[in-house]
Design a protein around this ligand. Structure first.
Ligand code: PLP
Length: 409
C-alpha cells in the first residue's frame, strides 16, 4: 500500500472543502491580553487582537494566578512526577479538589488532565459501574461526551433533539422504568451560545428516576454569584448529580474535573482508566487553578463586566447589519454559511486588520452553518469593538455574502 498517497488524499479532501485548518503562531504578552504578536510562515510578524480565546475573562494573565504558579514552581518544582496513585497526588491537587467541591456545593471532586478527558473517562466509566445504563444525550453535546458515551455504552444511548425537553421526555417514557438512566447535557452550548433549561431537565430526571450529568465547561467562572456556572445562577446546583467543568477556559489554566456525591466520585476515581493511567497535572497548574477559582468566587464584578461587553459587541454587530446568531450567553457567533468564505474572511481579518478569529467549520458545526465565533472579554475595549464592526461590515460587502438579516436576534 502507498501510505503517503492515502494521507495526501485525505488532506486533499479537506482542502477541497475549504476547511483545512491552519494554526496561527501567536505570542501573547503578559498583562496585555487580548493583544498578541502573530508570526507568519515567512518569519515576519505583526500585532493582532485575539477575538476567539476561551480564556474568557483573561484569568490566564491575572497576577494572582501567575504569582500562585510561580510560587509553587519555586517551592516544589515542575511536573507532578506520576499518576495520582504513584506519587502524583500533591498537596496542590488535594487543595484544588477541595476548592472545586466547595465551588459546586458537592461532597467531593476529582481532577483530570483536561475537560475532554473528564467527560470521556467519567461517562464511559458510569456504564461500567451501572450495568444496563441508558444515557440520554443532547444532540449537540460536545465530542468529549459523545466519545465517552460511545466508548461505554455502544447501543445503550438515546439522543434527544437539542434542548428539546418534549423529545427527551418521549425517550425517557419509552424505556424500561427499572433501567438505570442518566441525562447528559451542557449548560452553555459553545458554538451557538444558547443555554439549556436546567430546571426543566432536572424535573424530568426526577420524574423518570434518572441521574443528571451537566457539562458546565463554558459557564464555570462566568455564571452564578460565585462562578459555579448556570446551575448556580438558576438555583438548581444542588439538584445536579454530576457536574463537569474545565480549568482551561474561564479559569485560565488547564485541567478538567467532576464534582458530585462522595460515593460517585470515589467510584469514578476507582474505575476510570482515563484518570488512573495518566500523569496528573503539574502542581503549579493546580495552584494556579485554586487561585483563579478563589479570585472569581470573590469578584462578581468581573462576570458583570463580561456580560456587559458581550452585550455591547452583539449590539454593535447587529447595528452594522451583520448576521449575529441568537445567543443567550457571552458567545457572539456570526453566521457565514460557507466553509471557504469563512476561511477567507478570517484570513483577511488577520492579514489586513490585525483581527484574529478562527473560522468555525464542519465538523465542529454542521455544513452550511459555518461561522465566526467571537468571545469578547472584559479587556476588549470599545475601540477594539468599533474596529471589529467596521472591518466586518466592509468585508461582508467585499465578499458579497448575503446579509442573513432574518438570523439576527
Ligand atoms: N466540554 C465542552 C462543552 C467543550 O466545549 C470542551 C472544549 O472546548 C470540552 C468539554 C473539553 O474541555 P478542555 O478544553 O478542558 O479539554
Amino acid at each position: 500500500m502507498k501510505y503517503a498517497s492515502v494521507f495526501r488524499a485525505a488532506l486533499d479532501q479537506v482542502h477541497a472543502e475549504g476547511r483545512y485548518r491552519v494554526f496561527a503562531d501567536l505570542k501573547r504578552h503578559r498583562g496585555e491580553f487580548p493583544r498578541a504578536t502573530w508570526t507568519r510562515e515567512d518569519g515576519t510578524s505583526s500585532e493582532v487582537v485575539v477575538w476567539c480565546s476561551n480564556d474568557y475573562l483573561g484569568q490566564g494573565q491575572n497576577p494572582v494566578v501567575l504569582d500562585a504558579m510561580h510560587r509553587v514552581i519555586e517551592d516544589t518544582g515542575a511536573g507532578s512526577g506520576g499518576t495520582r496513585n504513584i506519587s502524583g497526588t500533591t498537596h496542590d491537587h488535594v487543595e484544588l479538589e477541595r476548592e472545586l467541591a466547595d465551588l459546586h456545593g458537592k461532597e467531593s471532586a476529582l481532577l483530570f488532565t483536561s475537560g475532554y478527558v473528564s467527560n470521556q473517562a467519567s461517562l464511559s466509566t458510569l456504564y461500567k459501574i451501572l450495568p444496563g445504563l441508558i444515557v440520554f444525550s443532547d444532540a449537540l453535546n460536545h465530542n468529549s461526551m459523545i466519545s465517552g458515551i460511545r466508548a461505554g455504552g455502544r447501543d445503550q444511548r438515546q439522543v434527544f433533539s437539542h434542548n428539546d425537553l418534549g423529545h427527551l421526555e418521549e425517550l425517557l417514557a419509552a424505556v424500561d422504568p427499572e433501567a438505570p438512566k442518566l441525562i447528559a447535557f451542557e449548560s452553555v452550548y459553545s458554538m451557538d451560545g444558547d443555554i439549556a433549561d436546567i430546571a426543566g431537565t432536572v424535573a424530568l430526571a426526577k420524574k423518570y428516576g434518572a441521574l443528571t450529568y451537566l457539562d458546565e465547561v463554558h459557564a464555570v467562572g462566568m455564571y452564578g454569584p460565585r462562578g459555579a456556572g448556570v446551575a448556580e445562577r438558576d438555583g438548581v446546583m444542588d439538584q445536579i448529580d454530576i457536574v463537569e467543568g474545565t480549568l482551561g477556559k474561564a479559569f485560565g489554566v488547564m485541567g478538567g474535573y467532576i464534582a458530585a456525591d462522595a460515593a460517585i466520585v470515589d467510584a469514578i476515581r476507582s474505575f476510570a482508566d482515563g484518570f488512573i493511567f495518566t500523569t496528573s497535572i503539574p502542581p503549579a497548574l493546580a495552584a494556579g487553578a485554586v487561585a483563579s477559582i478563589r479570585y472569581l468566587k470573590d469578584h462578581n464584578e468581573v462576570r458583570i463586566a463580561h456580560q456587559a461587553r458581550a452585550a455591547a459587541l452583539k449590539a454593535r454587530l447587529l447595528k452594522a447589519g451583520l448576521p449575529v446568531m441568537p445567543s443567550a450567553s457571552h458567545i457572539v457567533p456570526v453566521l457565514v454559511g460557507d466553509a471557504a468564505h469563512c476561511k477567507l474572511i478570517s484570513d483577511i481579518l488577520l492579514n489586513e486588520h490585525g483581527i484574529y478569529v478562527q473560522p468555525v467549520n464542519y465538523p465542529t458545526v454542521p455544513r452550511g452553518m459555518e461561522r465566526l465565533r467571537f468571545t469578547p472579554s472584559p479587556a476588549h475595549s470599545d475601540a477594539m469593538m468599533d474596529g471589529l464592526a467596521a472591518a466586518l461590515k466592509e468585508l461582508w460587502t467585499r465578499c458579497s455574502i448575503a446579509q442573513v438579516g432574518s438570523v439576527a436576534a
